[in-house]
Ligand binder design. Structure first.
Ligand code: HSE
Length: 406
């Protein structure tokens, strides 16, 4: 029997306990022995909970119990989670986590510590929630030279954009509704400003390159500037609008990653990823493009991924499970040199001047809009586009990059 400690009894933590309980037999069969929840660490008490007697408030109890082999860190945030993870790994206890902020910021260091102490640091649930993604990238696709990853990695913003698209509603209205339904946090900043997707693409980029990609080096733009007018033009152009996170290995081996809203052509597989679902395309030099799709968030899908890691640790005992992510910093290339097709919305009064400033591919007409107009550019380097766009001041009203629009 292996003793497991759960750090954090929130949504994911209670899900981990539920999966271990409901699938007890299945889990024991796969792990080769029974897994027992020995402790649940939380600041709060849960007197009505069936696991109330397992709830403790002092991490040292877990650290000093030599029988605890596996720790599930599902507290979130960097704060105490970083210290607890480090101490657990240094004590030879494997740690399984859904904490993308911690993995993105300190993953390389924590993986080295795990290696040095004969245990594992696993983070399947940190990207894509319940979608198997980290393990396929590290195992099933391990013969590949991975070239790029492009995906919808944030369920909250995908829900908001899907509602805006279907209901023609404005961002603020849909955000309020999403908060009422519990899909969006009361403080939605990490999701709507793109920080959550940035952390996730930093993790995937590190796995792609085997080197450490710092989230601070990733161009990040959220969805707060997207309006119902943008959706009207997107529809006219045969597109939807999605918050995409992408990472591309350049020919010189450097990596460029970004997070931004994109007009995505309806025929593109990512256009069909709606509501809180996530979808990820991974490109390898031998396999071509593979797609992963499923619930990117939520209690049980995320918990299931954490428990899968727990089982992997149980099976591997003192053998460190490695994903080949080193502390060496990845060489980053400039986002300014990346080319995109841009959709531009501009004031009707400045039509001639604005059109003359860009290599125009085609105009996008929406009959009921008389004050503004839209068009698509030819592919342009980010830096060149930004220079032209900024020169036009308030004559331009918005711009969104495009995917799959030629
Ligand atoms: N806030 C995250 C999302 C939760 O909306 O995708 C899952 O990481």
């Amino acid at each position: 029997m292996i003793k497991v400690a759960v750090l954090g009894y929130g949504t994911v933590g209670s899900g981990v306990v539920e999966v271990l309980e409901k699938n007890r037999q299945q889990v024991a069969g796969k792990a080769g022995q029974e897994l027992q929840v020995a402790y649940i660490l939380d600041l709060r008490d849960f007197p009505e909970d069936p696991y109330a007697d397992k709830v403790i408030h002092d991490f040292q109890v877990i650290l000093q119990d030599a029988e605890v082999d596996i720790v599930c860190e599902v507290m979130g945030g960097v704060g105490p989670a970083y210290q607890f993870t480090k101490q657990a790994l240094e004590a030879g206890k494997s740690v399984c986590t859904s904490n993308k902020e911690l993995v993105a910021r300190h993953g390389a260091e924590l993986l080295e510590i795990a290696m040095a102490h004969g245990c594992s640091y696993l983070f399947e649930a940190s990207v894509g929630g319940g979608i198997p993604l980290i393990r396929p990238i590290c195992n099933a696709l391990t013969a590949e030279k991975l070239l790029s990853v492009t995906g919808i990695l944030n369920g909250t913003t995908n829900y908001i954009l899907t509602r805006m698209d279907r209901e023609g509603a404005d961002y603020g209205q849909v955000l309020n509704k999403a908060q009422e339904l519990g899909y969006a946090e009361r403080n939605p900043e990490a999701d709507v400003e793109g920080h959550d997707a940035c952390r996730k693409i930093a993790i995937l980029s590190s796995l792609l390159t085997g080197k450490n990609v710092d989230p601070k080096g990733i161009y990040t733009e959220g969805i707060t500037g997207i309006t119902s007018a943008d959706f009207a033009y997107a529809r006219a152009a045969g597109c939807s609008i999605k918050l995409l996170a992408a990472s591309h290995i350049q020919e010189d081996g450097s990596v460029c990653a970004w997070v931004a809203p994109f007009l995505v052509e309806m025929a593109h597989p990512l256009a069909a990823v709606n509501d809180v679902f996530n979808g990820v395309l991974v490109n390898g030099n031998m396999v071509g493009e593979v797609m992963f799709y499923g619930p990117g968030a939520g209690k049980l899908p995320t918990a299931s991924a954490v428990v899968a890691d727990v089982i992997d640790c149980a099976r591997n005992g003192n053998r460190t499970i490695s994903c080949g992510w080193s502390e060496e910093p990845a060489r980053m290339s400039s986002f300014q040199k990346i080319s995109h097709v841009f959709f531009v919305r501009a004031s009707e009064k400045a039509r001639e001047e604005v059109l003359a400033a860009f290599p125009v591919q085609k105009c996008v007409d929406v009959a009921e809009r008389t004050e503004d107009f839209g068009f698509l550019t030819q592919p342009m380097e980010e830096g060149v586009f930004a220079q032209q766009y900024e020169k036009l001041g308030d004559k331009v009203l918005g711009r969104i990059r495009c995917l799959g629009v030629q």
